[in-house]
Structure formats: structure tokens, C-alpha cells
Design a protein around this ligand. Structure first.
Ligand code: SAH
Ligand code: SF4
Ligand code: F3S
Length: 483
């Protein structure tokens, strides 16, 4: 470390005067950050820019909107480019390659920082909850100015001020998610759709998964807070909400007045202005008949269920600690298909879990053939330090896993292509999301079942529901015309 660590007396005074109560405290720090950013702007003779780069899942995407909310309130101007004055990576550690991407880019950020005296670099998100990562950042990447964890988002204004006034690496990581802080400023990425957290953390401890360790125990938000947030979003022009949780089906457990996920959905359905409701992720062990009923009766809940199976082998599912077996899963799919014949089913599958034999893998292939998923995310098992699976015997050799992975992908793709053809020639409702990047004469949107549709149109259509005739299926998307 080349820099001398000194605690800035100005920062000391700022900290001493900070209010204790959360909301007042963060407001106080936003005001201070604003003044400092204003000063930096004058000094540099230009705007101060910020860039938030998000890795991982929808939880992180939502957290990034909160981070950007604070940065914009402080006076930063958003830039998509990492040649910015405040660059923050919101990291994911679910698989090793997600971490390697972050380490890989840090070297590049350091070269940018050498050319820009104003530049601050921050790292947050799931990787930062791991001690070995923080040690590595401290020793190998000392140019990083700020490190904080998944439970510190609500303190971001304070952390930003600390980073702006310090010349050393500020590290703040809370280990457990004791509280839920409501009403943070948020800058939504899209005007017409938004994620809404309903639970935080996870209690399931699937034996391969790091999420419960980095996101803490499962906690549900109060229904009134969720509904108020969605009402506000609707008033603000949002037509589609995505309810977010690692296992939305266990929503409501542990609240003072327990409520089920199905009951919550009934309430969300009543909110005027909301046209589409999606949710992620459903754990098969907790998916209730009531939920299937609510979906069947609903006009707003999208015809899409993401139902991660992970493996088709009951033996492996047991060691994965998933709390269901192949038979339970297939029965569930049968029930869903009976009541929701037009639902798109998607899944996550892990290949090469420790001890997976050719026979276990054959069970996964046969389950995929039986269910006929509309699409599936397939992952090569990644060893995560601290999880039970990391120390299990019989880790499967890389070449065997790769070969199985390729076989699975082929089957998944064949089925997806076949399933996608089904709607060719029909009329469907599409929520328009963007102007097509390749061809500006087209707009791109999604059907209720999440399929992508391109059709001629202009940006005025963004955020509206449009009736479209699907002329042609192109494998993973449709080309259509507005009716
Ligand atoms: N809570 C969600 C999943 C969150 S993680 C659920 O339970 O469905 C998203 C996906 O990453 C998981 O479904 C799993 O398929 C995959 N995954 C998690 N840990 C993994 C690991 N160690 N190696 C490979 N894939 C993993
Ligand atoms: Fe991970 Fe399992 Fe929790 Fe999903 S349910 S986040 S896979 S531990
Ligand atoms: Fe990754 Fe954290 Fe999500 S580990 S998948 S960003 S909860």
C-alpha cells in the first residue's frame, strides 16, 4: 500500500454531527454528498459522472436502482461508460465465473483511475459478504475506495460521503440482515416496469448455494409496504411489476400477521394501473395449490412460471437439500399444466453436482424431455467455499461435466425451438419494452409468457400493451405486425 492512511478531520466532524435515526441520517449524508459533488463539479469545470455495473440476479438489479437513486440525488450524472468519476460494481458470487469477471475488470478500472484524479471505485453486493474476497481486495486491489455488503445498501449515502472524504479503502459490511429499511430513493431503469422486493435472504441452504450465506436469513416485507410501493409505481406509470424473492412461495412466514404469497397476489391484482404481474423465483417445495388457483383466475398474472428443478435425479435432489423429489416435481408440473394450459415453464439445472453419475444425469435428461420446458438456464456446478457441497467427495471431473452439459444444452434447445413455434399465426398481447437495437423501425416487447416479439412500431408504443399478429417464429423470438 503506497498511500498513507489519515482520517480526514473534516470527515470526523461530519460523522460526529450525524443524526442517529436512519432516515434523518441518510438525508443528512445525501445533503453533504451533494455539496461535495457540487464543489468537485466547479473545480473540474464539468459534470461528475457515475456508472453502476450490475452482475447477478434481479435482487442485485433492484439494489443497483437504489444505489443509482442516491448517486443521482447527490448530483452525479449517470453514464453507461466506465470512464466515470464514480464507478461501482454490484457483484454476484453464485458461481465462480461471476467473481472472475469482476476481478478481471478491476485491472482495467485501475488504469482508468490513473488517468482521472476524481475517480472513485466502489464494490458492493454478494461477493463482498465473503471475508476471503475482502482480504483479496484489500491486499491486491488497494485502489478500490469503497467496499460494502448486501445489508448496507440503506447506508449508501453515508458510505459515499466516507469514500469522498477518505484516501484509504473504506470497508463496511454488516453480517446479518436484521432490519428492512423502507423508502430509499430509487432511480428505475425502466419507466413502465419495475422489480419489487417481497422477501430478502434465503433459508433453504441448498447444499451447493452461497446465497443464504451472503444474503442472510429470509425476511418478508410487510404487505402494506409492498402494496403502497406498487400503488406508487402504478401512479408513476408502471404497468408491470416483478415481485422478487429467492423463494417467493414462502412469502409471509414469520410476519406478525402471516399471509401467503397467493393472498399477496390477490391484493396486488386489485391495484389499478398494474396490467401485468410477474414473480421470481418459485421453489417447487413451497408452490401451493392456492397459488395455481390464483394464477388461473387472474387476468394480470403472467403466464410464466420459473420453477428451478436443479436435477432430475431424486438421489441428487436429496443431497442438494431441495426437499422434493422427481415425482413431486413432475406431479406439480402436471397440476400446473392442467389448470394453466398456456403457461410457459422455465427452469434452472445444475450439471456435475458432486457424485452425479451417468444414471443421475440420464434422469435429468429424461425429466427435461418429459416436462418440455419453454426454456432452461443450464449451469455447470461451481464449487462455492463454505457450502456443504464444496467438501463432498466425488467431485465430477471437468471433462465429464462439460460433455454432459453439451448434451443437456442440445436437448433443451431442441425442445425450446419446438415449443416456440406454437404461437405462430396467432394474435397475442405484447408489452412494448424498447426500440429494437439492430433495426430502429422495429420495437421489441414481451408476451405474457415472456416470449420476445419484434414488430414495426415507434418509441411512442413503449410501455403500452399492443395486440400483435405473430407472422413468423425465428427460433427464440417472433416477428409480427400490429393488429
Ligand atoms: N433462489 C433461486 C435461485 C437463485 S440462484 C432458486 O432457488 O430457484 C440461481 C440459480 O443458480 C439456481 O437456481 C441454480 O441453478 C444456480 N446455482 C446456484 N448455485 C450454484 C452453484 N454453486 N453452481 C452452479 N449453479 C448454481
Ligand atoms: Fe440458493 Fe436454494 Fe436459496 Fe435458491 S433456494 S437461493 S438455490 S439456497
Ligand atoms: Fe448472485 Fe447474489 Fe443474486 S450471489 S444470484 S447476485 S443473490
Amino acid at each position: 500500500m503506497s498511500k498513507k492512511i489519515t482520517v480526514n478531520p473534516v470527515l470526523q466532524a461530519i460523522m460526529n454531527e450525524a443524526p442517529v435515526e436512519d432516515a434523518d441520517r441518510q438525508e443528512y449524508f445525501i445533503a453533504i454528498a451533494k455539496k461535495e459533488v457540487e464543489r468537485l463539479k466547479k473545480e473540474a469545470g464539468r459534470d461528475m459522472t457515475c456508472c453502476v455495473n450490475t452482475f447477478g440476479c434481479q435482487m442485485n438489479a433492484r439494489d443497483s436502482e437504489k444505489i443509482l437513486g442516491v448517486l443521482e440525488m447527490a448530483g452525479y450524472v449517470e453514464s453507461q461508460d466506465e470512464h466515470a468519476d464514480f464507478v461501482i460494481y454490484n457483484t454476484c458470487t453464485v458461481r465462480e465465473n461471476a467473481c472472475n469477471r469482476v476481478y478481471g475488470r478491476l485491472g482495467y478500472l485501475s488504469t482508468l483511475k490513473k488517468k482521472n484524479d476524481y475517480m472513485k471505485i466502489a464494490l458492493c453486493g454478494c461477493m463482498m459478504q465473503e471475508e476471503h474476497v475482502r482480504k483479496k481486495i484489500h491486499s491486491s486491489y488497494p485502489f478500490v475506495d469503497l467496499v460494502f455488503g448486501t445489508h448496507n445498501i440503506y447506508q449508501f449515502a453515508e458510505l459515499l460521503v466516507m469514500a469522498l472524504y477518505s484516501n484509504y479503502q473504506v470497508v463496511e459490511v454488516i453480517e446479518g440482515n436484521e432490519k428492512i429499511v423502507e423508502e430509499l430513493p430509487i432511480v428505475r431503469k425502466y419507466a413502465y416496469k419495475s422489480g419489487v422486493n417481497i422477501t430478502f435472504g434465503c433459508n433453504n441452504f441448498c447444499s451447493y448455494c452461497i446465497v443464504p450465506y451472503v444474503r442472510g436469513r429470509e425476511k418478508s416485507r410487510e404487505p402494506k409496504d409492498i402494496l403502497r410501493e406498487i400503488e406508487k409505481l402504478a401512479a408513476d406509470g408502471v404497468v408491470e411489476v416483478m415481485l422478487l424473492g429467492q423463494n417467493v412461495n414462502s412469502y409471509g412466514k414469520g410476519l406478525q400477521d402471516p399471509i401467503t404469497f397467493a393472498e399477496l397476489l390477490r391484493e396486488v391484482e386489485k391495484i389499478d394501473g398494474i396490467e401485468r404481474i410477474r414473480f421470481m423465483t418459485s421453489h417447487p417445495k413451497d408452490l401451493s395449490d392456492d397459488l395455481i388457483d390464483v394464477m388461473a383466475k387472474s387476468k394480470k398474472i403472467c403466464r410464466h412460471l420459473h420453477l428451478p428443478v436443479q436435477s432430475g435425479s431424486s438421489r441428487i435432489l436429496k443431497i442438494m437439500n431441495r426437499h422434493y423429489d422427481r415425482e413431486h416435481y413432475l406431479n406439480l408440473v402436471k397440476k400446473i399444466r392442467e389448470k394453466l394450459p398456456d403457461v410457459a415453464l422455465t427452469t434452472d439445472i445444475i450439471v456435475g453436482f458432486p457424485g452425479e453419475t451417468e444414471e443421475d444425469f440420464a434422469d435429468t435428461l429424461s425429466l427435461v424431455r418429459e416436462v418440455e420446458y419453454d426454456s432452461a438456464f443450464t449451469f455447470i456446478y461451481s464449487k462455492r467455499t463454505g457450502t456443504p457441497a464444496a467438501t463432498m467427495p466425488d467431485q465430477v471431473p471437468e471433462d465429464v461435466v462439460k460433455e454432459r452439459f453439451d448434451r443437456l444444452l442440445k436437448v433443451v434447445q431442441e425442445i425450446s425451438e419446438k415449443k416456440a413455434m406454437v404461437y405462430e399465426g396467432t394474435d397475442v398481447t405484447v408489452l412494448v419494452e424498447t426500440v429494437n437495437e439492430q433495426n430502429p423501425a422495429l420495437v421489441t416487447g414481451r408476451m405474457s409468457n415472456n416470449s420476445i416479439v419484434h414488430f414495426p412500431g415507434n418509441k411512442e408504443l413503449i410501455g403500452t400493451l399492443v395486440s400483435v399478429h405473430l407472422d413468423e417464429c425465428k427460433g427464440f423470438y417472433y416477428l409480427g405486425t400490429q393488429n
